[in-house]
Each structure stands twice: as structure tokens, then as C-alpha cells.
Design a protein around this ligand. Structure first.
Ligand SMILES: [Fe+2]
Length: 235
């Protein structure tokens, strides 16, 4: 498995001593916050836990995945044989924090995501990979762990509609404190949500916990979109 560094966040700057320099840093900090909304925003999300959902038919079985060369946290690059390929679609930097309903962050939670590619094909053994109908540059599935601050990152694509479904990203979390939990992440304000059979089942008060707010990614990140979101689990 290859792990490449992400370039989503600005590099932290050392503390300055002079008031002028501190003011300059505050201005820079404010600009950075606008470019990439900070955790303060995520942590003010309602502390309702994510609504559990089934895996659906396209969770790729582990035995099948283990034959792949690559299922790291960067779904926008798939290594198949000798040639690394780049995913079609609009690339999205997804910064997540795993925290419980009391706001305590969770270290070393295992987090997996899977979604259909830009051609609306899931990468799963039950889906026939017909040339031209599947994006071989998209990894389809990715896995990582939260760090000591509960944070983790994926690079993926902005989810696209799948026939009969609004754009969504499947997510599965595992940790001794809460066991295993699967759900789906949606795009806040997407016009496909209202008629979506699963979104409609989510009580209104619980929808914010599943809705990603996308913003344009910082220049130079190599991404089109960025989103920061808290995955809230039961305390
Ligand atoms: Fe799905």
C-alpha cells in the first residue's frame, strides 16, 4: 500500500514574537480559515451520531480487495499493474474527524469509504468491468485510520448520481469503543437528495450529521473540492 502526503492544509507557521508579525499571522490565519473551513466549524455540528445504514450491495469483500495492489486513502490514483492511473471526475479532499456525541475525539478508528466512479460504476466483483464503462483510474474503495487527534483524510472524487440514487459516499467505521458502524455521506443541498429513498428516511434533525459541505479546494492542492466533516459516533 502506498501512502502519499496530502497537500490540503496550509503548513503550520511558527509563532511570531512582534505584534506586527502576530497581526500578519492572524490575517493569514483568517484567509486560511476561509479557504479551508477549520475544525471549529465541524465541531459545532450537532452532536447527533451518524445514522446507521446497511453496507448495500457494493461493499467490496476483503478477499477480493486483497488481490488489488492498492487500497490506501487516495482513491484518485489506482495502481493496477505497472501503470498508476488518475481518476476521472472532480477530485475531493475529505478531511474527517471521528468524535463521539460528547465531543471526545477517537484515536485509531479504522475508516473505510467506497463509492461509484465518475462513470457511475461501483468497483465490486459483481460488477462486470466493461471497457469504457468503468474508470480504471479510480480506486473505488479506500481505508485509513484516525490519528491521535481523531483526524484522517481521504482523496476521492465528488460523488456523482448512481441510477436511482443521489450522490453519496459509503462509510464504515470500526473501533473498540463503538464496534462497527456503516452509513452514507451526502452532499448538502444536492437537488437529488429530496427524492432519494434513503435520504428521505433520515429524520431531519439527523441529516446535518451526514451532509458534506463542499468548498473550492485551496489553490495548489491539486483538488477541485474540499470538505471537512465530523463523523459523530455514539459515546
Ligand atoms: Fe451506494
Amino acid at each position: 500500500m502506498s501512502h502519499r502526503p496530502f497537500t490540503l492544509m496550509p503548513t503550520p507557521r511558527p509563532l511570531a514574537r512582534s505584534p506586527q508579525a502576530q497581526r500578519r499571522l492572524l490575517v493569514l490565519g483568517a484567509a486560511a480559515a476561509l479557504a479551508a473551513p477549520g475544525w471549529s466549524r465541524a465541531q459545532t455540528q450537532p452532536s447527533r451520531p451518524i445514522v446507521p445504514m446497511t453496507d448495500g450491495p457494493f461493499y467490496p469483500p476483503r478477499a477480493w480487495r486483497e488481490r488489488w495492489t492498492d487500497w490506501d486513502a487516495d482513491l484518485t490514483r489506482a495502481e493496477r499493474g505497472d501503470t498508476p492511473r488518475t481518476a476521472l471526475g472532480e477530485h475531493l479532499g475529505l478531511s474527517l474527524v471521528v468524535q463521539d456525541t460528547r465531543g471526545k475525539t477517537i484515536d485509531s478508528a479504522e475508516v473505510e469509504i467506497w463509492q461509484c466512479d465518475a462513470l457511475a460504476a461501483y468497483h465490486h466483483p459483481a460488477v462486470r468491468a466493461e471497457a469504457g464503462r468503468i474508470d480504471t483510474g479510480f480506486q473505488g474503495f479506500g481505508s485509513t485510520r484516525s490519528d491521535a487527534r481523531g483526524e484522517l483524510r481521504f482523496r476521492t472524487i465528488r460523488p456523482v448520481p448512481y441510477p436511482g440514487r443521489t450522490p453519496h459516499i459509503h462509510v464504515k467505521l470500526r473501533h473498540a469503543s463503538f464496534g462497527e458502524l456503516s452509513s452514507q455521506l451526502f452532499l448538502a443541498g444536492d437537488p437529488g437528495n429530496a427524492p432519494d429513498f434513503l435520504w428521505r428516511r433520515v429524520p431531519e434533525a439527523d441529516r446535518a450529521a451526514l451532509a458534506l459541505n463542499l468548498s473550492p479546494a485551496p489553490a495548489g492542492s491539486g483538488l477541485r473540492w474540499a470538505a471537512r466533516h465530523a463523523l459523530v459516533v455514539p459515546a
